[in-house]
Design a protein around this ligand. Sequence first.
Ligand code: THU
Length: 132
Amino acid sequence: MSLEELKQLAIEMMDRAYCPYSGFPVGAALECTDGTVYTGCNIENASYPVGSCAERTAISKAISEGHSKFVRIVIAAKTEEPCVPCGMCRQFMKEFAPDMEVICLNPRGDTSVYKLEELLPYGFDNHFLKHH
Ligand code: THU
């Protein structure tokens, strides 16, 4: 899928967001190494901390369908400056795709493009678990 198509999917996914508490819809489109694409939106909850971000929704869908190798993710939000993923999502992404490209998109079409390593330097990973 082209980057433009991936961006379009992320934008469309904002319409699926369940965000009655924040009023802040986020859409995500995740591309796997074999070209499969999973989408996601944020899903909030009356018990606020229970909610999920769009990125984690998309990644959870992929993992549960047997895909765990990712190339890139587009994240769309209606912000002035392209919205970056939260810390929890950065950590969630690192588990599966430490080299993933993260493309943040606003409604004007501006993008900020990062490698996950830039967004989460010195992040925790499972190698620490082997030496405790
Ligand atoms: N949110 C995302 O889905 N992704 C982000 O990258 C930032 C924040 C969601 C969580 C919550 O539903 C709403 O945006 C406001 O924080």
